[in-house]
Ligand binder design. Structure first.
Ligand code: HT7
Ligand code: ZN
Length: 873
């Protein structure tokens, strides 16, 4: 497979102004008729052939302006249909046949649980009909769907319904019209035996919109939260961005087989059922929050993505980075803002930093790709969002809003670039953002080495920041970035933020300094007392900050920093220092000794006034094994696990009474609600329970069993079951697992949780369990959720996946090889843990590489080929 390069971009020679489609649905032989109004671009060569994309299509007929084309008039290969000598303006009609029931890749038109649905982003539309499948071709669409009245009573497509009627042979049709020109990746069709809940929304200008959530009948009781989230998102987008919905109808559909979380098709969002269905008894708090975030994300795309779309797929972060930023702000405003930031950053620093440091590292705007679906990554989404956040902080909130208003107004109905977006921000703020643009083209996470000195004599604090971005594949040399560092100086005597004076100017107690050079020293004057610097507040830039904090400094910041995020981060850094010592002790077989400063810090937290339970729960949570591994030059999975367990147990032993008290104070009989208050209470209670269960004493076990049996809500039940299964008390775990599995055998989303809990267990022979569960009737390799819940979760199991006989790696490679045939997109994503082989010891490196080599020997899809080649380069 050949890569596509950003530098080769050419505008399309032909555009489609209007598209009419008719689908006659059949599992094995769906007929798709297309009628396209096509115009040659004014600047295009008059002799330019018309080249349409098309894959896995059986061509039945083709005509131009109602004249059938004979076979010599066009050429078809596996990927394109080319027609030479076409007029300047014409109507192209085609008919093709496709087989949705054989489509296991879940791109294009496919069947899920007997219902038809589509996934066209990024390049799935070419599996439906011959078309210029690129986002800069935007057309209005009129779509007729014909189906069986019994099997497919509901026939949906984008826009508003125009007409419906009955046909011969028990068939019926519905015609839909979408007046907004759109690229074909936003096309959608759904047909099946679905049921809906309906609600209404009045937009800020007084327009009435009907809202529908379509699901299978048994899931009707799981739609309330998605609908409420949608309405909150609609209000928020009006208030925060002045964006109003623009059709009479907005539909959400839940499907079981879906490669990602959801898809923002115009007016007809299609969701992975895991990203929409919730019920207190089946979904955890995290799932409720996830649904709220994804519903909002897809809704926000209506403007950031649909009304204003991407010129080409290299600009993917234009819509995804901006929309993730928008959904993060929405969730922060709707729930606990500090906790949202802590959770986002903690995930980001674990997973995106690892991506940036590995062989698949790429810039937010890549300059080439083989398979675009491999680029729906944490870098494009999450780092893209961090860059938008930095932009907002650089230009200020007001200019940012004026910039986004300008962007939506100026580019409405167009397909544009990242320069167009940043250009609006530069225009409304007057800022020079040219150096900032490097964030989009340079891969890798910048390291910032910081050090500070207090000059007692002159009352000055000298802060030196040095930036360096490591080489990444294809980018050996990096230029300095424009990095906003939000900071304060916390006086060690007063415990207060000191006023910052820089270059003779008072800049406040909390300010942003701009690092632009490789190295810069900032001299703060009038510093009356020795400070501890609080740097990168709220994670103001996606960088790795290294400052030689002593443990005393960290304990001080943990209690005195005015920035909640940095208070949390100080706790994490303090724990990491202790963990470093314990990892070394484990490796050297030296007796482990717990750092009393960590115990004291936790004691202070547990005994102090509790202003925010959700934040406290985060502060009491140790860095994950994956994050600890990120800090190590070579990952020692066993030492990391042993060290972290030791810290957990030491804290539990030292602070047992406090944890019991916290637990008891936060048990409630109130009916479940996913409110910030209740969620905070449950997380704090469940963190306490996990400490108590780390020592498995009678009281902890009794509380855990009681929580499981009380069966109050899925958050509590899942936590209790996880703690039991991950304990050494098989006598308690087995019956609990069994009863849970039997009770929820009918519910695929709960069974996914059941799989994940079992294969994330750190002890025991989990590999055997994975093999056994792969034969379970509830498992299927064809369902991406099952693959993620069982195989994906096992590959995150640090101890068991990385077992020294290499069998964990072998199992993953076996699954990748099989999935490569069935669903290349999911296969390519699943390889990720193997691509990180450089991070492990020599023995594991050899084992991981040998599995990658084995995959490489197979006939591979472009998706898997691209990832494996990079991993072995
Ligand atoms: N924009 C959507 C992307 C998406 C996708 C991409 C490739 C293959 C399958 C897919 N399903 C959805 C999702 C989003 O970011 O909102
Ligand atoms: Zn998105």
């Amino acid at each position: 497979p050949q890569p596509v390069y950003l530098s080769d971009y050419q505008p399309p020679a032909y555009r489609v102004t209007h598209t009419e489609l008719t689908f006659d649905l059949d599992p094995a032989a769906t007929r798709v008729k297309a009628r396209l109004l096509i115009e040659r671009h004014a600047k295009a060569d008059a002799n330019a052939p018309l080249v349409l994309n098309g894959e896995h299509l059986k061509l039945i007929s083709l005509s131009i302006d109602a004249t059938p084309l004979n076979e010599s008039a066009y050429q078809v290969d596996a990927e394109t249909l080319s027609i030479a000598n076409v007029p300047e303006r014409f109507v192209l009609e085609s008919e093709v046949e496709i087989a949705p029931q054989e489509n296991t890749a879940l791109e294009g038109l496919y069947q899920s649980n007997g219902m038809y649905c589509t996934q066209c982003e990024a390049e799935g539309f070419r599996r439906i009909t011959f078309y210029p499948d690129r986002p800069d071709v935007m057309a209005t669409f009129k779509v007729t769907v014909i189906g069986d009245q019994q099997r497919e009573p509901v026939l949906l497509a984008n826009g508003n319904p125009l007409e419906r009627g009955e046909l011969e042979g028990g068939r019926h049709f519905v015609t839909w019209e979408d007046p907004h020109p759109k690229p074909c990746y936003l096309f959608a069709l759904v047909a099946g035996n679905l049921h809906s809940v309906e609600d209404h929304f009045t937009t800020m200008s007084g327009r009435e919109v009907t809202l529908q959530v379509w699901v299978e009948q048994e899931n009707l009781d799981k739609t309330e939260h998605a609908m409420a989230s949608l309405k909150r998102a609609m209000v928020w987008d009006e208030q925060a961005y002045g964006r109003e919905y623009d059709l009479d109808l907005f539909m959400i559909v839940a499907v079981n087989d879906f490669n990602m979380g959801a898809m923002e098709n115009k007016g007809l969002n299609i969701f992975n059922s895991a990203a929409v269905l919730t019920h207190p008894h089946t979904a955890t708090d995290a799932a409720f929050q996830n649904v709220e975030g994804i519903v909002a994300h897809e809704y926000f795309h209506n403007w950031s993505g649909n009304r204003v779309t991407c010129r080409d797929w290299f600009q993917l972060s234009l819509k995804e980075g901006f929309t993730v930023f928008r959904d993060q702000c929405f969730s922060a405003d709707t729930n606990s803002a500090p906790v949202k930031r802590i959770q986002d950053v903690s995930f980001f620093r674990t997973a995106q930093f690892a991506e940036d440091a590995g062989p698949t590292a790429h810039p937010i705007r890549p300059d080439h790709f083989i398979e675009i679906t491999n680029f729906y990554t944490l870098t494009i989404y999450e780092k893209g969002a961090e860059v938008v956040r930095m932009l907002r902080n650089l230009v200020g909130e007001e200019n940012f809003r004026r910039g986004s208003d300008l962007y939506f107004e100026r580019f409405d109905g167009q397909a544009v670039t990242i320069e167009d977006f940043v250009g609006c921000m530069a225009e409304t703020s007057g800022e020079d953002l040219s150096q900032f643009m490097r964030w989009y083209s340079q891969a890798g996470t910048p390291d910032i080495d910081a050090h500070g000195e207090y000059d007692y004599v002159h009352g000055e604090y000298h802060l030196t920041l040095r930036q360096r971005t490591p080489a990444t594949p294809g980018q050996p040399d990096k230029l300095p970035l424009h990095i906003p560092v939000r900071m304060g100086l916390v006086g060690t005597k007063s415990g207060q933020d000191l006023t910052l004076t820089l270059n003779g100017e008072k800049i406040g107690k909390d300010a942003v300094i701009h690092l632009r050079d490789d190295e810069q020293t900032f001299v703060f004057t009038d510093v009356a007392e020795a400070p501890v610097p609080s740097l990168l507040r709220e994670f103001s830039a996606p960088v790795k900050l290294h400052f030689p904090y002593s443990r005393e400094d960290l304990a001080f910041l943990l209690t005195h920093d005015s920035d909640g995020f940095n208070r949390w981060d100080a706790g994490q850094r303090l724990a990491l220092l202790a963990l470093d010592d314990l990892i070394a002790a484990h490796r050297n077989s030296v007796e482990k000794v717990m750092d009393s400063r960590v115990v004291d810090a936790f004691k202070t937290l547990l005994n102090g006034p509790i202003s925010d339970k959700a934040v406290l729960a985060e502060m009491l949570t140790l860095p994950s094994e994956a994050y600890i591994a990120e800090q190590q030059p070579i990952v020692d999975v066993d030492a990391i696990h042993a060290a972290r367990e030791f810290v957990r147990q030491s804290l539990a032993l030292a602070l047992r009474e406090e944890f019991v008290a916290i637990y008891e104070a936060n048990v409630t009989e109130e009916p479940y609600a996913p409110t910030p208050e209740q969620i905070a209470q449950r997380s704090l209670k469940n963190v306490a329970l996990s400490y108590l269960m780390s020592i498995e004493d009678e009281q902890g076990l009794a509380l855990c069993e009681a929580q499981f049996s009380a069966d109050h809500n899925m958050t509590d039940v899942r936590q209790a079951l996880t703690l039991l299964v991950h304990s050494d008390r098989d006598d308690l775990a087995s019956p609990a697992l069994k009863s849970f599995g039997e009770k929820w055998a009918h519910d695929p989303l709960v069974m996914d949780q059941w799989f994940t809990i079992q294969v994330s267990r750190p002890q025991g022979d989990v590999l055997e369990r994975v093999k056994y569960l792969m034969q379970h009737p509830a498992f299927s390799l064809k369902n991406p959720n099952k693959v993620r819940a069982l195989i994906g979760a096992f590959a995150q199991n640090r101890v068991n996946f990385h077992r020294l006989d290499g069998q964990g790696y072998q199992l993953l490679a076996d699954v990748v090889i099989e999935l490569n045939r069935l669903n290349p997109e999911i296969a390519a994503r699943l390889i990720t843990p193997l691509t990180r082989w450089q991070r492990f010891d020599e023995t594991r490196q050899v084992l991981m590489r040998s599995q990658l080599e084995r995959i490489r020997q197979q006939p591979l899809s472009p998706n898997v080929y691209e990832v494996v080649e990079k991993a072995l380069a």
